[in-house]
Design a protein around this ligand. Sequence first.
Ligand code: PLP
Length: 403
Amino acid sequence: MKTYLVNEDGFYGEFGGAFVPEILHKCVEELKDTYLEVLQSEDFKQEFNSLLRDYVGRPSPLYLAKRLSAQYGCKIYLKREDLNHTGAHKINNTIGQILLARRMGKKRIIAETGAGQHGVATATVCALMNMECVVYMGKTDVERQHANVQKMRMLGATVSPVTSGNMTLKDATNEAIRDWCCHPADTYYIIGSTVGPHPYPDMVARLQSVISEEIKKQLLDQEGRDYPDYLIACVGGGSNAAGTIYHYIDDERVKIVLAEAGGKGVNSGFSAATIQLGKMGIIHGACTLVMQDEDGQIVEPYSISAGLDYPGIGPIHANLATEHRATVLAINDDEALKAAFELTRIEGIIPALESAHALGALSKLKFKPEDVIVLTVSGRGDKDMDTYIHEMEKNKEDGNEKL
Ligand SMILES: *Cc1c(COP(=O)(O)O)cnc(C)c1O
């Protein structure tokens, strides 16, 4: 049977694989030889599931948003990852990977972070498990994401500012890889999304698949059938989307909609719409769609949402898009902002800007009244309040009192 999940060689169609420098080959091989056995062991599952329940607060609710449903003429359920401890889905993955790191006998954890969300999720589980934690973060991001830097420090992590390149996420990732090369024996690298060399994309997708596992049960309870007509999620690297679709990926009754960040417009030169703008290339150890110029140099992505501006995309999604299994929509900054205010005003839920891109997809789709939609709210909007406040002030100046 055709599957959109990873094959034995670590590929999704033409995408994926592990393209790493020789010095990391052994680390990646070690991980590849270990992760499935550990993730499938009873001992791991027990510890993982009890932490997800008692520490993260899972299962996250599947909430029937009645007013939002009325607005779009269908039945919309929100999968509330925003209610997790630390405010997003990222904690599902960091808990899983730190449990794996411990079982592999690693003593030291490193991570990359852009906006700081993955850094905070990693620093959180390192505090929980009493492990040394170094987070690489571009200097530009350190300066503009001060609150998250302070959280990581309070949690006991060392935040290491990176001054190469544009001093943003891609440079932080390069630095984390460099660190891993220097300390292959005792260090575990926690990657924050379905990116990087195989087995990371598959491992992160499996750890996040708790999202769709819960959706199945909750839909059966609430709707009498365990599948929706549509699944909608935003994609940066693609981990909340991969978790949302995991158990439905080969079920063609379920339409998959991925919302990527259009920025100021796909062709404006300020965009992070990697699937639409990217060409096949290699980034951070994986073959995938990459935003690059004619010389193969990576083009700096832009989005109002810090969690979505990665110049690559998880290979699983590159393949879903190429095979037309998923519909990919680019949602621009202004559309995401509008959707964030809409959800806030009609459901009383302030979403993360990333999640607002998934919400922005609703107005671009045509639904039937009986359609059941599950949309993942990947995180809460607390971290984005400055942007939202700025938007309200701008609208006030424009005489639009409604916002
Ligand atoms: C990091 C982040 C994302 C993007 O990451 P994915 O791996 O694509 O899920 C989306 N939403 C929130 C709230 C995030 O923090």
